[in-house]
Design a protein around this ligand. Structure first.
Ligand code: NAP
Length: 225
């Protein structure tokens, strides 16, 4: 008798969200919690995180609030803060995040009268910057194109989109693809090494232009796979 093949995509037991009080972190938390994963919302102010978690917990979802260090104690941690606060927050949490998969969905964007545009980041991208300040963590880029409006809309039961996943470590990108796959309609697609995070982050500026022109919440679909 042959023993069953090991699961190639081990799943985390909990997810923490840095900046989990904002629309993106809260939306991802709602969807992942709805898939059965305990989620800890992080904030600079734990009372704000507790208040953000309260309605989700009241709806029966396994969501709690903490400070960002508390959220960083989870198995896998999503970074959902504005680019302005990205480097400093991650540097301050480097010890807590060591040895973990850190999922970065941060889009360094500027806005002017012509719309959104990608900012130049010294490290090359927000994800590479995260890896620079978190040498003991495995950084994976994902969820950059995921509309917070759709994530938070309870009437949207399936979010039909692909999630471009970039990273260096196969088991970590597999894990993040599996995490995306827990959300109905969503599919995680491996999209290259971390050095290619820049284009993924920058593409968000194009999607914002699409959204403005077509009054939509556009995502991406990768074809023929
Ligand atoms: N919104 C979207 O549709 C969307 C889609 C894809 C990706 N993203 C990316 O996801 C990230 C979060 O987006 P968001 O719209 O949720 O942003 P947000 O509301 O502006 O910020 C999220 C949270 O980050 C915390 N924060 C704000 N400034 C901070 C700072 N300087 N240092 C540390 N924490 C700070 C705040 O929480 P506390 O005050 O409670 O600490 C805030 O609630 C962004 O990088 C964005 O590019 C957003």
């Amino acid at each position: 008798m042959t023993s069953p093949a090991p699961d190639p995509r081990p799943e985390p037991r909990s997810v923490g969200v840095l900046g989990g009080t904002g629309p993106q972190g809260l939306g991802l938390a709602r969807r992942l919690a709805a898939s059965g994963l305990p989620v800890v919302l992080g904030s600079r102010d734990p009372a704000r995180a507790a208040a953000a978690a309260e309605p989700l917990a009241a709806a029966g979802l396994p969501v709690t609030g903490a400070n960002n260090a508390g959220a960083a104690a989870a198995d896998v941690v999503i970074v959902a803060v504005p680019y302005e606060g990205h480097r400093d927050l991650l540097a301050s949490l480097a010890p807590e995040l060591a040895g973990k998969v850190v999922i970065d969905c941060v889009n360094p964007l500027g806005f002017d009268k012509q719309g959104a545009y990608a900012l130049d980041v010294e490290a090359g991208s927000a994800a590479l910057e995260a890896q620079e300040v978190l040498p003991g963590s495995v950084v994976v880029g994902a969820f950059h194109h995921m509309s917070a409006v759709l994530l938070s809309d309870e009437t949207v039961t399936s979010i039909d989109t692909d999630v471009m996943v970039v990273g260096e470590d196969r088991s970590a990108t597999d894990l993040v693809q599996a995490l995306a796959g827990r959300i109905p309609g969503m599919r995680g697609v491996y999209s290259g090494r971390l050095r290619n995070a820049r284009q993924v982050e920058a593409l968000t500026a194009n999607l914002i232009s699409v959204n403005r022109r077509y009054k939509a919440h556009a995502g991406v679909r990768v074809t023929d796979i």
